[in-house]
Design a protein around this ligand. Structure first.
Ligand SMILES: [Cu+2]
Length: 154
């Protein structure tokens, strides 16, 4: 190999190297695949989890219904238990409280004998819890014009 051909080989190698370098660089500079424009992700509002646990339906505690003996009912035949007829529901409001607002003794007597409070003092009271459905008529045996009814539903 003479000197000229050696130089030619060197030049050839240099040219090839340069070509290879350019090829590599151009490939690296190849345009990146365009990114599809991502729409800015609006954060979807995550529903706040209900932290309150589902509540059990509370067992109804027996409520009370007040029936009054109005003042003067011991002497005035136009006065009686107030309200005269009540409707109660078992396990809801099935305790009836008779409150004597009069200034004389009164009584609360069931006609079927279910309950009998023969002497409720002035300012006093008597209560009875109904656990059986039905109609319960009662009266005051001291003042027979005083009558009342409790209707009990289950
Ligand atoms: Cu009475």
């Amino acid at each position: 190999m003479n000197r000229t051909s050696a130089i030619s080989v060197l030049i050839l190698v240099a040219v090839l190297g340069a070509a290879a370098y350019i090829l590599l660089v151009s490939q690296q500079e190849a345009p990146q695949p365009t990114q599809t424009p991502t729409t800015p992700t609006t954060p979807t509002p995550t529903p706040t989890p209900r932290t309150t646990p589902r509540q059990e339906t509370p067992v109804p505690t027996p409520g009370r219904v007040i029936v009054k003996n109005p003042k003067g009912s011991g002497t005035n035949p136009n006065l009686t238990f107030d309200p005269q007829t009540i409707r109660v529901k078992i396990n809801v409001n099935n305790t009836v409280v008779w409150v004597n607002e009069d200034d004389v003794v009164h009584a609360v007597v069931a006609r079927d004998g279910s309950f009998n409070y023969p002497s409720i003092s002035p300012g006093g009271s008597a209560s009875f819890t109904f656990n059986k459905a039905g109609r319960f008529d009662y009266y005051c045996n001291l003042h027979p014009w005083m009558t009342g009814t409790v209707i009990v539903v289950s």
